[in-house]
Design a protein around this ligand. Structure first.
Ligand SMILES: Cc1cc2nc3c(=O)[nH]c(=O)nc-3n(C[C@H](O)[C@H](O)[C@H](O)COP(=O)(O)OP(=O)(O)OC[C@H]3O[C@@H](n4cnc5c(N)ncnc54)[C@H](O)[C@@H]3O)c2cc1C
Length: 273
């Protein structure tokens, strides 16, 4: 039960109401979840801020307000297919009606629905805090989380076109937590790869992406490359599978996404701009 519930009407009001004693609440699906890592009795609600529900595009980039729910984004014609694929990783329609894109990024879980895809496409955020506003990539937001801890995410920007993306999620059932969510994107002649690995972390696979960009790699080479990576820490897990299995799964997922992207590049005559 909330002790105090402030309903902000503008981003400025939300930032002005934020203190060390309260937390932002958007959809509330994480902050109200039993066993949530977010614990608070006082909240600043972000649901009634019209600016944070706007979806717009200039043709190259789409910007979505951070309080847009998964379902609102799915129903918008402006949202590119690659993001809709990741939004549908949240299988529950009821939860999609409540959960927001900003909340999913802020909560930054190691089974995140959206972060691998957003990082793969070099998405960025507009943030606001007591010291003012700034823009930051989702990648920097995730890797330097402490720096942006209490800042409000106002909107998320990502490419409208010009990028080929594949995302993959592995879970016991559609409603279960994912053991792996991975995404690979190709734009301007470069690959970008990111994986969220349950009970381990979110990894930027720059080394793999660079290898993919500089030489063609076979399925076996990709699997072996991921197996040799020392920075992805895996332990045997009764629910999510052995370390060896999850390493293989990560490698083969990137290999399959790479094959699909290459086939699309070939269809498009070898270049994506
Ligand atoms: C049964 C169940 C299963 C789930 N499984 C998954 C899963 O597999 N993967 C996954 O990623 N999530 C999962 N979640 C968590 C959650 O549903 C999603 O992460 C959701 O997208 C969070 O969005 P929200 O708007 O509900 O966030 P909220 O619960 O409102 O907030 C979550 C956190 O984000 C902060 N926040 C929210 N909006 C902003 C903003 N605009 N700026 C700054 N901070 C903000 C809040 O302060 C809070 O700390 C699950 C939840 C439930 C109940």
């Amino acid at each position: 039960m909330a002790d105090k519930f402030i309903i902000a009407g503008t981003p400025e009001e939300a930032v002005g109401s934020k203190s060390k004693d309260n937390v932002y609440m958007a959809g509330g699906t994480e902050v109200m979840r039993l066993g949530s890592s977010v614990s608070a009795d006082s909240f600043v609600s972000l649901r009634r801020i019209p600016e944070m529900h706007i979806i717009e595009t200039d043709g190259n980039t789409v910007s979505a307000g951070a309080s847009c729910t998964f379902q609102e984004l799915l129903q918008s014609d402006l949202i590119p297919g690659y993001l809709k694929e990741a939004l549908l990783f949240m299988a529950s329609r009821t939860r999609r009606n409540m959960a927001t894109i900003g909340g999913n990024i802020a909560v930054c879980r190691d089974d995140s629905f959206l972060i691998p895809t957003l990082i793969a496409v070099s998405a960025s955020l507009r943030l606001s805090g007591p010291q003012g506003s700034c823009a930051v990539t989702v990648r920097d937001y995730v890797t330097e989380k402490g720096k942006y801890e209490d800042m409000l995410i106002i909107s998320v920007s990502f490419p409208a076109e010009g990028v080929i993306v594949r995302s993959y999620r592995s879970a016991n059932t559609a409603q279960s937590h994912a053991r792996l969510t991975a995404s690979l994107a190709f734009a301007d002649g470069k690959y970008t790869a990111c994986a969220a690995v349950k009970n381990s972390g979110i990894y930027m696979a720059d080394d793999l992406a660079n290898e993919l960009g500089s030489r063609g790699m076979s399925e076996d080479e990709i699997v072996e490359f991921v197996k040799q990576k020392k920075d992805i820490h895996l332990e045997d897990d009764l629910i999510y599978g052995s370390a060896a299995y999850r390493s293989y799964l990560t490698g083969i997922s990137f290999a399959l996404m790479y094959a699909e992207i290459n086939s699309e590049i070939n269809k498009e005559g070898g270049s994506v701009r």
